[in-house]
Design a protein around this ligand. Structure first.
Ligand code: PGA
Length: 242
């Protein structure tokens, strides 16, 4: 496991973009797993800048996002589909048919989840999975007490996640309480993991993930068993490691 500590959010984002772009340079038709939330915003901005400077080419890349809120239409400004379009896909040369985000509105959720897993498998699995981490140690929306062998599935969000996410909604009451998430199994089956965290609020989750025992109460702790993990932190998120 490599742990890289950047001075600040900007440097963390620049390095994250460089790692993702290296993957794309090495394998232009690679499969990327992508995260949403505030953490990767700077990385997406930097990848767009690289594309605009002709230093990145996403024309053959396939993407699978980690999660989506249950019950939100992709036109809804709080949906992760909307986030990915506005913060990344609209600004680069990716083929839309190569981008995948769990469908939060499907009439048959179980079938939609099964198809999502199947599409990942058909594409040969994920080469590089970009992960954020929740203050409670979740990855994707795999909340504490997660089933480590779960595949893509519907999850009930924990109180602290709803609270954390409510900053994007008018109130905690409007914040979705369920989501569709890629399971831990697909995450750890990815060939390389890149976990990003910035800010002091993540320091405790990062410490438990890296130094604690591997346990379902801290879903991210499972990455300790992965042979190819890069953890990229800013100084504040790394505070308890130093
Ligand atoms: P954040 O969310 O990037 O908005 O902090 C991370 C997560 O919940 O996985």
């Amino acid at each position: 496991m490599r742990v890289l500590i950047a001075d600040d959010y900007h440097e963390m984002s620049r390095k994250a973009a460089a790692i993702v772009n290296s993957q794309v340079l090495l394998k232009p038709d690679c499969v990327l797993g992508l995260a949403t939330g505030s953490t990767p915003l700077g990385m997406y901005r930097e990848l767009i800048r690289l594309y605009q400077n002709q230093a990145a080419d996403f024309s053959k890349v396939t993407t699978f996002n980690l999660d989506e809120y249950y019950g939100l239409d992709k036109e809804n400004k709080q949906s992760y589909a909307y986030y990915m379009n506005t913060h990344f896909f609209n600004h680069i040369n990716i083929q839309r048919e190569n981008t995948h985000i769990p469908d939060g509105l499907s009439a048959d959720i179980n079938e939609a989840c099964r198809r999502y897993e199947q599409r990942i498998a058909e594409k040969g699995g994920i080469d590089l999975m970009v992960l954020g981490i929740g203050t409670n140690g979740h990855i994707g929306f795999n909340e504490p007490d997660t089933n480590f062998i779960a595949e893509t599935h519907r999850v009930m969000l924990k109180k602290e996640t709803i609270q954390d996410n409510s900053r994007f909604f008018k109130s905690a009451e409007e914040t979705p309480t369920m989501a569709i998430s890629m399971g831990i199994r697909a995450i750890v089956q990815s060939r390389m993991l890149l976990l990003l965290a910035n800010g002091e609020a993540k320091a405790d989750a990062i410490y438990k993930t890296l130094k604690g025992t591997i346990r379902p109460e801290v879903p991210a702790s499972i990455i300790q068993i992965h042979p190819n993990v890069t953890i990229l932190l800013d100084r504040h998120a790394a505070k308890l490691l130093l």
